[in-house]
Design a protein around this ligand. Structure first.
Ligand code: UD1
Ligand code: UDP
Length: 369
């Protein structure tokens, strides 16, 4: 039996490990220990996902919590090291690009345990983003690189990786979407705010490069206020963004606005429901760019770059500058039906995790002597 140690720490990690956990559990040759690093800990950022994604309680909880990059990364490493020594897994599986991802990969590798990185090879080529450092550093030391789109393989090969360790398997985040799409459709979350399907804009924002800069945050909030003159919006606020907006003096522009529905971070099913019925999703999220592409929903990504180019080349995603007028223009185009339609990226079919399970079992199985 091959022992996999599956590590997750943040909201998007939980959505990615869900299908991996289930695929590993179904595979005869794999057994799994599930580790939660504690990077996200609020019920709305953590527990709700275990519940809705039908995941068991993690076997092991670490207490990384919030802090500076060094503190958060170091805490995961210090607490994970004895776990790996005790558990002696055959492989440590990490997903995505957050601090917990890199911390776990580095800890495992220093203990000579093979590392599998799911969602390898994505690159924004913007090294001021903490996620980009985590991606490059994790891929540099991983033994199995599972990719979601063709560009990722090109990047990995350009960085000198052998094609023997690169496996194009599809997208585990989309596995979750496919599995829970019907359940989410039945939620009809827009009814909660008395909104018509396709008439509203759904917002998410949490990247430090936007929300940690007061002048950029102001452009964003003023853009939202402009849209709200003509269209309703729903804004489930990430905890980082909530504290930045409250500190900025911009809170009243949103809070006092009847057309802006400010809500806590939503559960996966509630958010998926709002996303599938939105007229436009305005975001800086990584995962949301992918989900909107699969749902065929217009997505305006307020960033200078994306590490997920197929959502633009094939899907419904468009990059827009962080300017009030550009934000307003995107909403007008999308809500009047003038947005590209897009199609599905290759292998984003709901079966990525099964492919990964089969490859790991095959690659790690020791032939009987
Ligand atoms: C992290 C990831 C980012 C990912 C995002 C997903 C890194 C470097 N960043 O960003 O790539 O897109 O998660 O949502 O790993 N907080 C709470 N409750 C929580 C969690 C966080 O209140 O449960 C607050 C704390 O004040 C904390 C802040 O949010 O300081 C930021 O949390 P942190 O995990 O450091 O980074 P994120 O912005 O969530
Ligand atoms: N999401 C959610 N509730 C919310 C906002 C987002 O369930 O209120 C989900 C969303 O569907 C996607 C994931 O969280 O699957 C994206 O996480 P986030 O934007 O925090 O991180 P990123 O993908 O940018 O790393």
């Amino acid at each position: 039996m091959i022992h996999t140690l599956l590590v997750a720490g943040t909201r998007p990690n939980f959505i990615k490990i869900g299908p991996l956990y289930h695929a590993f559990a179904k595979h005869d040759g794999l057994e799994t220990t599930l580790v939660h690093t504690g990077q996200h800990y609020d019920a709305a950022m953590s527990d709700v996902f275990f519940d809705q994604l039908e995941l068991p309680e993690p076997d092991i909880f670490l207490s990384s919590g919030s802090g500076t990059h060094a503190t958060q990364t170091a805490r995961v490493m210090m607490e994970l090291e004895p776990v790996i020594i005790e558990q002696r897994p055959d492989v440590v599986v990490v997903v995505g690009d957050v601090n917990s991802t890199f911390a776990a990969a580095l800890t495992a590798k220093k203990l000579h345990v093979p590392v599998a990185h799911v969602e390898a090879g994505l690159r924004s080529f913007d090294r001021r983003m903490p996620e980009e450092i985590n991606r490059v550093a994790t891929d540099a030391i991983s033994d199995f690189l599972f990719t979601t789109e063709a560009a990722a393989e090109v990047h990995l090969k350009n960085e000198g990786k052998s094609e023997d360790i690169i496996f194009f398997c599809g997208n585990v985040m989309i596995d979750s979407l496919r599995r829970f799409q019907d359940k989410a459709r039945a939620v009809r979350q827009h009814d909660v705010y008395d909104l018509r399907a396709k008439s509203y804009v759904l917002l998410t924002a949490h990247r430090p490069e936007m929300v940690d800069h007061p002048e950029k945050l102001e452009q964003f909030v003023r853009g939202v206020a402009q849209i709200s003159n003509d269209h309703p919006l729903v804004f489930p606020i990430h905890p980082r963004t909530l504290s930045r907006i409250k500190d900025s003096g911009l809170w009243d522009l949103l809070d006092g606005n009847q057309n802006v529905h400010l809500v806590e971070p939503l559960g996966y099913l509630e958010f998926l429901s709002l996303m599938m019925d939105a007229g436009l999703v305005l975001t800086d999220s990584g995962g949301v760019q992918e989900e909107t592409t699969v749902l065929g929903v217009p997505c305006a990504t307020i960033r200078d770059n994306t590490e997920r180019p197929c959502t633009i080349d094939v899907g419904t995603n468009e990059l827009i500058p962080l300017e009030t007028d550009a934000i307003k223009d995107a909403a007008e185009r999308a809500l009047s039906g003038k947005w590209k339609k897009g199609s599905l990226p290759e292998l984003w079919d709901g079966h990525a995790a099964e492919r990964i399970a089969a490859i790991l079992a095959d690659e790690l199985s020791v032939p009987a002597s």
